[in-house]
Ligand binder design. Structure first.
Ligand code: ADA
Length: 562
């Protein structure tokens, strides 16, 4: 799969990025017309990965599109991996359905067994329409993109193959030693026996016999071993370890880190030391290329973010691309990863819909499955601005919270609420994360201070435990270039003043664990739903092409002071 690290030496993998045949199917007649058995001759082509809207004539397109290409498959089993397809897709090989996937920001894969060597036709039907069960719902504050938005890879599996290797660990009290074990998913590409060897840096931590039947999936949990002299992964000092799992015929590399995150009283502790989040929300969105975000720009965004003194990014509001997480691991920046349960669109009834719940749970499982080893992820987010006074949201929150606490590794689990005073879910979070725009939607910036007091009083009055509070969103829109002598709303001046005021307020409050500015860069949204100026959410510290507004210097100054 597409990463910024090499995942295999033994396993051969082939990128399927590039030109694919492409056809829109506005009337959704494709299956009846047999497109899965071959697209018509007049079909054009498009680049994978990309979004529909990067083709100017498809701007605003909502509907079905078909992708097709030929792939050479050697005899045996292969793993077909998609970085993300927006939003609903069905995948066919030589006309036969091999699987479906729902959810526009999650990785997924199919295993194809015993293929005949030769050229095969791979077809993907992609549908970006919304329905009653969509996550997010149609009303959402980002652009309705569609397409095969991240890389596609084909990998050849042979013998005892390794599909996953999660490193579990517990650090000693003084954080110098770790009790480590591995949960390894193996697959029998061919029936056989092998030795599973796991090395961390160059030390062999496990060597055990494994055997599988052809087509068999097995999860192996290794014995726990002690690793001494731990070099901790930390902010600005991101010590990473090379992790390798291999059998005679296959291998899987990763990079891991050891660190401990906790919430104690009002403090967040990273590696036992108080950690104040100086954060920013970021959409992984490019004004022309949408969610097919260019990799070189990921690195550039990180440099810009570091320059401002930011130490944490909230991947609002969906799992970000793996290469970005690789960069975060290596940069010593921390991350909040969440799934796109995005507020306003969801009614209490929709949250109770079993299809919606099942889809949400699957997205969460996918996120944990693929992202588990990334040390930069300190926080898993369950949802954003949902109807938290409803029993249905309480049920959902309980389920997701229990799952993440059990399976999510050493992470804080939370959600962002904009209705904290009516919120009945607050017992199921490790942090009280509030989105509040006093200085924007209410034009009452000084009111923020009173609101914060009210929030603390509310938590206490409810008898809820002392936990760090985070302002997970706050900000103001500013149109790039609108600067003046006064501080009118929509101006860069007003935005800069607001951010300076709020950050000082939050970071000097002893019950706060930090804040996340809304947001890094202006991001495209939908006129249809939200009627936003220019069709953008203009609360970026930078504009959509990453040109700094006045807020850039203001944020840099204040974050560097703390
Ligand atoms: C919400 C939401 C963000 C964005 C923001 C805004 O808090 O979570 O995605 O829409 O409001 O700009 O109003």
């Amino acid at each position: 799969m597409k990463r910024f690290i090499t995942e295999h030496n033994k396993r051969r993998s082939v990128s399927l990025d590039g030109l694919w045949r492409f056809l829109t199917d506005k009337e959704d007649q494709g299956v009846a017309l047999g497109y899965q058995n071959g697209l018509p001759a007049e079909t054009t082509s498009t680049y994978v990965p990309s979004v529909f809207a990067s083709t100017p004539t498809l701007l605003g397109y909502e509907g079905v599109c078909w992708y097709e290409r030929s792939v050479y498959i050697e005899k045996g089993s292969v793993r077909l991996h998609f970085g993300a397809v927006m939003t609903d897709c069905t995948v066919y090989l030589d006309g036969e359905e091999i699987g479906k996937h729902y959810g526009g920001f999650c990785e997924f894969e199919f295993l194809l067994e015993n293929k005949v060597a030769g050229d095969h036709r791979l077809t993907v039907r992609v549908d970006n329409r919304f329905d009653a069960h969509s996550i997010p719902q149609e009303v959402v504050d980002w652009y309705h993109h569609g397409g095969i938005t991240r890389s596609v890879t084909l990998e050849y599996l042979s013998g005892v193959s390794i599909l996953k290797n999660h490193m579990h660990y517990t650090l000693s009290e003084d954080l110098s030693t770790a009790e480590v074990s591995f949960e390894v998913e193996i697959f029998g590409a061919d029936a056989g026996e092998s030795t599973l060897r796991i090395t961390l840096e160059n030390e062999v931590l496990c060597s055990m016999p494994v055997s599988v039947c052809a087509g068999e999936h097995k999860t192996v949990v290794t014995d726990t071993v002690k690793v001494e002299n731990i070099r901790l992964w930390d902010i600005g000092a991101p010590e990473l370890y090379a992790l390798k799992a291999e059998t005679e015929t296959d291998d899987l590399f990763d990079r891991v880190g050891f660190r401990k995150i906790e919430a104690k009283g009002y403090k967040i502790l990273l590696n036992g030391k108080p950690f104040m989040i100086k954060g920013v929300n970021r959409h992984e969105e490019h004004p022309d290329l949408g969610f097919a975000f260019p990799e070189a720009m990921m690195g550039r965004d990180i440099e810009i973010i570091k320059d401002m003194g930011i130490n944490s990014i909230r991947g609002s509001h969906y799992p970000n691309a793996r290469p970005f997480l690789d960069l975060l691991d290596e940069s010593g920046l921390t991350f909040w990863s969440e799934i796109p349960f995005w507020g306003i669109g969801f009614s209490a009834e929709t949250v109770a819909d079993p299809i919606v719940v099942a889809r949400g749970e699957e997205m969460m499982r996918d996120m944990v499955h693929y992202y588990y080893n990334h040390p930069s992820i300190l926080i898993f987010g369950m949802h954003n601005e949902m109807p938290v006074s409803a029993e249905s949201t309480l049920d959902l929150t309980k389920k997701l919270y229990a799952f993440l606490k059990e399976k999510g590794g050493n992470r804080l689990v939370t959600y962002a609420t904009c209705y904290p005073l009516e919120d009945i879910c607050l017992a199921y979070t490790d942090l009280y994360c509030i989105n509040d725009y006093h200085g924007w939607y209410r034009y009452d910036l000084p009111g923020t201070a009173d609101y914060v007091k009210e929030l603390h009083a509310h938590i206490e009055a409810q008898g809820l435990p002392a936990r760090p509070m985070i302002m997970s969103e706050f900000g103001a829109a500013a149109i790039y270039g609108k600067r003046d002598f006064d501080t009118e709303i929509w101006s860069e001046n007003y935005q800069a003043e607001l951010l300076d005021y709020c950050i000082r307020l939050f970071l000097t409050d002893e019950k706060f664990g930090g804040c996340y500015i809304w947001h890094f860069a202006d991001a495209r949204t939908s006129f249809k739903n939200l009627n936003r100026a220019r069709g953008y959410n203009n609360k970026g510290i930078l504009n959509e092409y990453r040109k700094p507004k006045q807020a850039y210097d203001a944020v840099k100054k204040v974050y560097h002071e703390f």
